[in-house]
Design a protein around this ligand. Structure first.
Ligand SMILES: Cc1ncc(COP(=O)(O)O)c(C=O)c1O
Length: 358
């Protein structure tokens, strides 16, 4: 039997492949939540074309990309900062602000706490309740005081898939404004949400100067290996500060060209979102048949709970399938797992394997 260690994130197919002594290409990776349509043809063509200019340094101001993003997001271009994945934006924000006290919801994406810990910031977790299906509500306001320098909220939340309504976030923003607290809303999965105008707070950017929104090309445009993300804020002090905090050539010529092409891919977006919706329904139906408790998803991944005394991640690896154990998420334990919504044939393989195991 194959033994596998626990890793911080999903998507570490490289280490898993070494441990299993197989090629990483033969692992069916349900642990990272990437658009199953893969890189679009338009983006591939733009990358190839950009190689022509890869001997030049990239534009440090990402002008063409910011212009294209401004149109795509309907947000002023001087509110946008492009980064090497959304992760780099998280580290730049934290490195610039050097917060002493932070509030972070739990469970959530772990890079907020890693970035905060790296600058010695004290973290207060706001635990989301299982009995409330991990939905964030107004009781978080009690945790935000004048001592709170920064608050991180992921919407939709990774790994729970739960959405926070815009009216709740607006209350949080208003309260945080009084407390002089910066609010970082991670909307990296927002473009997967069908009625996302009811949840995204990008229309509040000019209204709340304490608001910073994180986004990425990583998931929705399946560009994880290219490394392209951005953050948006109307706060000039923060925007100038994060630019100064870190390397100037952080986004390659190739990534910039890929991003400009990606935002034009409206047909790709429409088709892939419809497909994900259909496949998510398939998976939900099958998980239900298997008697697993599912937390209603809103994006391209599903959190579920398995109460049987079994290591599902380990068992599925025997079938070449890798899922995300949520054991190392603050606020969860080893009975929780997250799976991505993948292509139909992969989803069917997962169901068959789960049926055999359970
Ligand atoms: C919620 C969330 N935000 C940000 C990131 C980081 O994205 P990127 O790969 O663009 O750095 C991830 C990656 O998993 C994520 O899940």
């Amino acid at each position: 039997m194959i033994k596998i260690k626990n890793y911080t994130h999903g998507a570490d197919i490289y280490t898993t492949a070494i441990e299993l002594d197989i090629s990483e290409n033969s692992i069916i990776d349900f642990s990272s939540n990437i658009n199953p349509y893969g890189l679009s043809e338009g983006v591939k063509a733009a990358i190839i074309e950009s190689l022509e200019y890869a001997d030049r340094y990239p534009d440090v101001n990402c002008r063409a990309l910011s212009e294209a993003l401004s149109e795509f997001e309907n947000v002023q271009k001087d509110y946008i900062f492009c980064s090497n994945g959304a992760e780099e934006s998280i580290y730049r924000i934290v490195n610039f602000l050097k917060p002493k006290n932070a509030v972070v919801i739990a469970p959530t994406f772990s890079e907020y706490e890693h970035a905060l810990e790296a600058v010695g910031c004290k973290i207060k977790y706001h635990y989301l309740k299982e009995e409330n299906d991990f939905i964030l509500d107004e009781d978080i306001l009690d945790d935000i005081t004048q001592k709170t320098d920064i608050l991180f909220i992921c919407n939709p939340n990774n790994p729970t898939g739960q959405l926070t309504e815009k009216k709740i976030i607006e209350k949080i923003l208003a309260h945080c404004e009084k407390m002089d607290t910066i609010v970082v809303i991670d909307e990296c999965f927002m473009d997967f949400v069908s009625d996302n105008e009811d949840y995204s707070v990008k229309n509040l950017l000019g209204i709340y100067s304490n608001l910073v929104i994180l986004k990425a090309f990583t998931k929705i445009f399946a560009m994880a290996g290219i490394r392209l993300g951005y953050c948006m804020s109307s706060n000039i002090r923060i925007m100038d500060g994060i630019k100064e905090t870190g390397p100037v050539w952080n986004v390659s010529t190739i990534a910039q060209a890929a991003g400009v092409a990606a935002v034009k891919e409206t047909e790709y977006l429409k088709e892939s979102l419809e497909y994900i919706d259909e496949q998510r329904k398939y998976l939900l139906d099958k998980l239900d048949i298997l008697g697993l408790k599912v937390y209603s998803p809103s994006a391209n991944y599903i959190l579920f709970k398995c109460t049987k005394d079994i290591d599902l991640k380990y068992e599925l690896l025997q079938y070449g399938i890798m899922i995300r154990s949520c054991a190392n998420f603050e606020g969860l334990d080893d009975s929780y797992y997250r799976i991505a919504v993948k292509k139909e044939e992969d989803n069917k393989l997962l169901f068959r394997a789960l049926k055999n195991i359970l």
